[in-house]
Design a protein around this ligand. Sequence first.
Ligand code: DGL
Length: 268
Amino acid sequence: MQSISSHPIGVFDSGIGGLTVVRALMERLPFENIVYFGDTARVPYGVKSPETITQYATEITNFLLQKDVKLLIVACNTMAAVAYQAVKDISPVSVLDVIDAGARRAAAETHSRYIGVIGTPATITSNAYARAIHQHDPGIRVFSQACPLFVPLVEEGWWNHPVTRLTAQEYLRPVLAENIDTLVLGCTHYPLIKPLLQEITGPDIRLVDSAEAMADITAHLLADRRLGNHQRTQPKYRFFVTDVPYHFQTIGEGFLGRTLSHVELVKL
Ligand code: DGL
């Protein structure tokens, strides 16, 4: 029988955004098998109701549990913000989420204790980041801004497009008017436009990318629970999507810098 440590890590998002977490995991944990789920037929989630998002998150969790994952990573702030408990309730394996990872890193890195958070409308309305940051330091002031147009622009591949730049300038203006020294990219799609965002904020504002924070937390959890894959062979990466995979594959291969040989269309 195969030991559980060689089972894959399950990572999921509404679309391609969670690939930012996958890339960080591939770099930090190069021997781990990964199963990724991107709900490309139903993206974006961030403008949908908590009930709908919870239903989708539950369906995806059940799908990934059937793939015998040893750990689940909610690589979508929107699902983590409104459906984390629902996912945890049905999961026999540990569940990590990007909000906790990003909040922890932002609270540790700020000096001014003024933090900006950008995310989807569902994430910002849930107030999940402010709550998570205040668990680490209740004295931090959090300034939030919903950026509903970013996800479609990123899914379109417009990562350095004048329209995206103009949109970002507009969205960031209110948070930049505060004295923030740290800006949390509270959506896993946003690291894809990180260089553009950093140009707008200027170099003095630290951008917290929860994908990187998540890879560190995953590495610690696997080490603590002795769940790290001992096999030093080429890992298997499998990707499941709900809409025709062509677009996902093209964007994903460009971003991950490798051929995605196993991308499968599934119906939930
Ligand atoms: N990438 C997701 C997040 O981190 C959600 C994007 C969306 O579907 O609206 O919030």
